[in-house]
Design a protein around this ligand. Sequence first.
Ligand code: NAD
Length: 491
Amino acid sequence: MAVTAQDISAQIDRVVGAVPTDLFIGGQWVAAAERIEVENPATGETLTTVADATPEQGMAALDAAVAAQVSWAATDPRERGEILRRAFELVHARAEQFALLMTLEMGKPLPEARGEVVYGAEFLRWFAEEAVRIHGRYAVAPSGGTRLLTMKQPVGPVYAITPWNFPLAMGTRKLGPALAAGCTVVIKPAELTPLTTLALAAVLTEAGLPDGVVNVVTTSRSAAVSEPIIADPRLRKLTFTGSTPVGRTLIAQSAERVLKVSMELGGNAPFLVFDDADLDRAVDGAMLAKMRNIGEACTAANRFLVHESVAEDFAQRFAARMAALTVAPGYAEGSQVGPLVDGRSRDKVAELVADAVDRGARVLTGGKNIGDRGWFYAPTVLQGVSTEARMFGEEIFGPVAPITTFASEDEGLALANRTEYGLVAYAFTQDLSRALRVSEGLETGMVGINQGVVSNPAAPFGGVKASGLGREGGAEGIDEYLETKYVGIAL
Ligand code: NAD
């Protein structure tokens, strides 16, 4: 049945209207003197406003997290897990509301937003299960006598800063392990997409989370609110997902206090297609690796490195698939590509394309803005992109696929590693030895072999080089929120 404009606007009003829009501090919804407008990137219209916290209110959130820390750490692991499990179920029960909310504030097509609900909720379930599996070690010292006891304890209050591109999953990927470990949290979502985190806080409360264990601070003054929190000796951990430049600033601020940090930063993923690749799979993988989240993912394939013998065939097939995508508001029936998150992001994408074209790239499809309402950019494939083009070194963060060719495995690998980033790489080959050789040679935290998406709540997500420090998800994810204490016991 066709969805009318009226249906949609009534649905939008209902879903947005149900989200609490004040600050969440110590279990209370707290108003702020100023408000931030939240925009729908498909129309440029304001969806609603949320509280704009002052630095004092940020500190009040830290006070609440500190006050709740001791009792939360002492809560039985099973109880912490049960709360996370109930939150997982509640997110699923409200899957459609969460999905539409993300589509509205961030722009992604509804089917992808539904996918993020499943992915994001899974971190709550995964860490609900990990909460009861925190354990240490007991050993006899090699020289005998002394016994070595190793225990794991929650690090303490955590400050979590999240980006706008995966509003639910970036929150649950931090909250799940932090809460499972027994840490309390102040979370600051991106100012472009605060609504999903606020809705998640309401879900956690309904799931039985005690007051003060999670506190949400929405603000347009991220630096001014964050600095005093990071400088406060009661804070024990900073976990950040966002761009590398902001990550560098936060590491510098944390260095003063030697604050424990996890950093999930930018990426510049190479997508390698070797001469022995199954090209059908490679094109399917390319569509996912490039177009998931409209290209606005840290894991997005940023450079397509294709063996010269298959480059033309790959480029033509890839361009045909990209040209056939339906670009429309994410909540419109059949939308496959939504708008970019804001005008600034779209201008940056257009600038990078113009630069690549200036340096000799050929536009196979796309290469332009779409429409005069919202921030739409056409799915784009560029062939013959120079390694000197800006997009070879910078995150594109949009639906643009640059193709560069290589002549040998060694050259492909060297090009893949020619970046300061090291988050993820993709490689397509049917040769097992090559897949292993290349996986070992890639300077990244993650590798996808013959697949265009690697993110999985049960696997450790994270990067090397300028892509960050630490891992989220998997068995490793909870370790980031635990201290190891060693106790030597003389017999
Ligand atoms: P961003 O760095 O601009 O902002 C991220 C968060 O930091 C936001 O909440 C923002 O308000 C806040 N922030 C900005 N300046 C700050 C400051 N001085 N002090 C404290 N907080 C500050 O990034 P973005 O544009 O929101 O997100 C896109 C970036 O995130 C891309 O670079 C992308 O690759 C990266 N990202 C990485 C991962 C990963 O897991 N590695 C996942 C998603 C996104």
